[in-house]
Design a protein around this ligand. Structure first.
Ligand SMILES: Nc1ncnc2c1ncn2[C@@H]1O[C@H](COP(=O)(O)OP(=O)(O)O)[C@@H](O)[C@H]1O
Ligand SMILES: [Mg+2]
Length: 220
């Protein structure tokens, strides 16, 4: 499903080049729920952003299904990301001027699905994350945990091959964190969607099916 081969990445500043990922190899099967664990600065977000196609690696290959996304040009990659990849951010990244249901529909705006079917699908996902009574509110009217549930529904609407989440509970209190993690676990079990979840907390990672640990840009 997801295969990373000999992936390395360096960031270039004015004066120097800093290598932050070293020859990463990994394989994730369809339906897996994997934690990417490591301390701050270990390279978790960089690896996730590369796998999600937000940027290009210095070297290496990233296969999603049988497609090497490193070879796609910017337009193709953007299209691929929109159709096949879901993303959940620590800070939710909802559009403040759109309602909850409009936020969830957004990834399908360029899709061939009719507006009424699109809305129906968004409402059904909002029901699955327990937000049926909030669909016409704006993000600012929701708690952090509720906003993250909206972003989970949004990440699912295109039925992506894989969902990447970068510290999805990083801004939440422990109880809300538990709620969000159990929603993700239930969706993983029910929909067979593949999840890769970045965390720096071992207690969060232990709730996933498998833990991949990064240290100083190396998988250990
Ligand atoms: N855009 C960037 N430019 C330069 N260095 C960066 C950039 N993004 C991240 N880094 C560096 O790469 C390393 C890994 O960062 P990151 O992937 O964000 O780690 P993590 O998510 O595990 O905290 C850190 O040393 C960080 O300072
Ligand atoms: Mg990070």
């Amino acid at each position: 499903m997801l295969r990373v081969e000999q992936l390395s990445h360096s960031f270039h500043n004015a004066s120097e080049s800093v290598k932050v990922l070293h020859d990463i190899n990994l394989f994730i099967e369809k339906g897996e729920m994997v934690a990417l664990l490591g301390s701050s600065g270990s390279g978790k977000s960089t690896l996730l952003n590369l796998m999600a196609g937000f940027m290009k690696p210095s070297s290496g290959r990233i296969f999603i299904g049988d497609k090497d996304i490193v070879l796609l040009n910017e337009n193709r990659l953007a299209e691929y990301r929109r159709k096949h990849i879901g993303f959940i951010f620590q800070s939710y990244e909802l559009i403040p001027s759109l309602t909850v249901v409009e936020n969830v529909e957004l990834p399908l705006v360029f899709h061939t699905l009719s507006p009424s079917k699109r809305k129906k699908k968004a409402l059904s996902l909002l029901e699955q994350v327990g937000l049926s009574d909030k669909t016409d509110l704006f993000p600012s009217q929701l708690s952090g945990g509720q906003q993250q549930r909206v972003s989970i529904a949004r990440s699912l609407i295109s039925e992506p091959y894989v969902i990447f989440a970068d510290e999805p509970t990083g801004n939440l209190d422990t109880r809300t964190e538990e709620e969000i993690l159990s929603i993700l676990q239930r969706l993983n079990a029910e929909l067979d969607t593949t999840f890769v979840i970045v965390t720096h907390e071992a207690e969060v990672a232990e709730q996933m099916g498998r833990i991949i640990t990064l240290k100083d840009g190396v998988l250990i």
